[in-house]
Structures are given as C-alpha cells and as structure tokens.
Design a binder for this molecule. Structure first.
Ligand code: ADP
Ligand code: MG
Length: 342
C-alpha cells in the first residue's frame, strides 16, 4: 500500500491486451500484470472481481456471475466492461489523482475509432491529464528493441490471445500491417474440439491452455510425449482421464497456425521491395505469449525463408515498448497515434 503512493502523478503506459493487461509506471517499470478478465454479477450489474481473481472464476461461476474477457477477439465486445476494467487497473496503481499523469494506452490495431475514444475516455475518468493511443505492433517492436525510427524496415509479429498483429515498421511509422483474429485462444479452442471429437471428453479453456503450454508444438514432433488430461466424459457426464500425445496437439493446432503464418506471408508480399530487402537481413521478431509456443520460430522461418527471432520477454514487449515512450516521451511521441482533428 505504501509503495503505491510513490506512483502518484507518475506518467504510465497500459498494454491493454486481449488476454493480459500490464501497467508500466515511469521510473518503476512494470508494476501490474493481470489477465484482462472481469467477473460480473448479472443480477446487480456490479463487478465482482477483476484480473487474476476473475480469471480463477472462468468456468466455475454460479449462474448469475459471468466472467467476461471484454477484448477477447481484439475488438471490444463490451465497451462498458472494458472501460471499468481499465479504470480498475489504473486506479490499482494510481490511488488518488493528485497530480494527473500522462497515460499511453497500447491497443490492438483492429479496434475502431469509437472504441479508441471509449478507451481514452476511460483513461480520463481514471484521472489522467492526457491520454495517448499507441498501436500494439509499434509498442511491441520498440519493446523488442527494433530500430523503429531508422530508415530500414523491421518486421514484428505479435501473437496475443485473441489476435495476431503483423507489421512492417520504418522511420517511426507502420508501413504495412495485418491484424487477424487468430491467436493463442484459437489454439486452445482447436485442442478442445480435437479432444471432444477423438476422446469424447469435454475440456475447459484453462485446461486446454495448460495442454498447449505443456506439449503444444508448431513443428512435427520427433519423439513422442504424452500427457494425462482430465475432463468430463461427453456421454456419462463423469470426470475421466485420458492420455494425449504431442503429435495429436500438433495436428489439432495446425490449422489456426496456418492462418498466422499466412498473415505473415501476406504482409511480406505487400511490403515495398526496398523494405523487403532489409527484412531479408534483419529478419522477423516475434512477440506476445504465442511466441513462446514450441517450434513457432522454426515454422515461421521455414515458411518465409527469413531469419526469425523470439523477443527476449515476449509477454512483456508491448508494456516495455509503451513504457519506453513514457520514459522518453519527447523523443518518441511521434510514434503515437495522432489526435483526430476536432
Ligand atoms: P494479449 O496481448 O492478447 O493479451 P499475450 O501476449 O499476453 O496476449 O499472450 C497471451 C497468449 O499467449 C495466450 O493465448 C496464452 O495461452 C499464450 N501463451 C502464454 N505462454 C505460452 C507458452 N509458453 N506457449 C504457448 N502459448 C503461450
Ligand atoms: Mg499483447
């Protein structure tokens, strides 16, 4: 509690991700990292829990409590809940708005102008003096240490929970980009569908995510690994355990992975030739939690023929990149989304 007082009035950056929200405070670094989940009581309309506590409730709530991920598909499905979540997280690190801070919010690049304005409004309501929007791939690129302001192309692929954002950046701007609504969540769903079809077993999304992290792979596995998994039998309705192999998981997630690889190839195809030449030497940097999937870098390298590198802390890239803008606001403010004319 006392340490929080130190944050009063400090500029901050928020990575408003589809799966996780991170808050970076100037001179402090990342001070908050929680799932982008809100638990709502549908009878009263009141928020029951936010963040880690709310994620625990997914799939376990009684009828009148729902756990919502307001940005799950990269578009804001529930604007009001998203605003409340953002305000909650900002207030958690910024107790009382004594001196009002500047705030940078990194959002998926697919969100609409209306949604951007709502996100900004939430920032102002949380006590910010000034709110700036930053596109996620730009933040990811800066966070991964790419030389975004140089006159040579850099490519970043940010694989989040709900979306994958691919962008080529040069001279502080996004030259070409793609945003597809396929990310880690889709891989989890593919595992659920496979286990249901092949093993007549129902899995929750959290179990599917655990399986993906434990034995998921983007490349055909050479040696077989097995994992016992627990779910509910489709026919008897009772709990049952089966064994699943890494090859099964590899085959189950192949299709959504194809979509991700295709979007990288499509962005490369659209890239102006000079920049494409730069990329052949500088390569592709992958960020976001999806970058941690085993073999993903190999698969992308094979499909594109380019060198591929996973960022050092892929889950933190966007927060670190938007945080850099907070630390070096004057030097980097050119990369923020300009204010719309009134
Ligand atoms: P967002 O920016 O959309 O909030 P994140 O960058 O936080 O998303 O990434 C979350 C996604 O990364 C989730 O789908 C999660 O399952 C996935 N993920 C996290 N760790 C791993 C891992 N070790 N292997 C594969 N996927 C992972
Ligand atoms: Mg993200």
């Amino acid at each position: 509690m006392r340490s929080m007082l130190g944050f009063l009035g400090r500029d901050m950056a928020v990575d408003l991700g589809t799966a996780n929200t991170l808050v970076y405070v100037r001179d402090r670094g990342i001070v908050l990292d929680e799932p982008s989940v809100v638990a709502l009581n549908t009878r009263t309309g009141k928020i029951v829990a936010v963040g880690a506590e709310a994620k625990q409730m997914i799939g376990r709530t009684p009828g009148h409590i729902v756990a919502i991920r307001p940005l799950a598909d990269g578009v804001i499905t529930d604007l009001e809940v998203a605003e409340q979540m953002l305000r909650y997280f900002i207030r958690k690190v910024h107790r009382r708005p004594l001196t009002q801070p500047r705030l940078i919010i990194a959002v998926p690049s697919g969100i609409t102008g209306v949604e951007q304005r709502a996100v900004k409004e939430a920032g102002y309501q949380a006590g910010a003096r000034r709110v700036y929007i930053m596109e996620e791939p730009m933040a990811a690129a800066i966070g991964a240490g790419l030389p975004v302001q140089e006159a040579s192309g850099s490519m970043v692929v940010d694989i989040g929970g709900g979306t994958t954002e691919v962008a080529v950046i040069s001279l502080g701007g996004i030259v070409t980009s793609q945003s597809v609504r396929v990310g880690g969540d889709e891989l989890d769903q593919a595992i659920i569908a496979h286990v249901k079809k092949e093993h007549s077993l129902l899995l929750g999304t959290r179990t599917a995510e655990e399986i993906k992290i434990a034995i998921g792979t983007a490349c055909a596995p050479a040696v077989e690994r097995r994992l016992p998994i627990r779910g509910r039998d489709l026919i008897t309705g009772l709990p049952r355990t089966v064994e699943i192999t890494d090859r099964e998981v590899y085959e189950a997630i192949d299709e959504p992975l194809h979509t991700i690889v295709d979007s990288v190839q499509a962005t490369l195809d659209e890239c102006p030739p000079e920049l494409a030449g730069d990329l052949a030497t500088s390569g592709i940097v992958v960020t976001g939690g999806g970058a941690l999937l085993d073999g993903l870098d190999h698969r992308l390298a094979e499909a594109t023929g380019m060198p591929v590198k996973v960022a050092d802390n892929p889950l933190l890239s966007v927060a670190l990149g938007s945080g850099r803008c907070v630390e070096e606001f004057d030097r980097l403010q050119g990369v923020l989304v300009p204010e719309p004319r009134r």
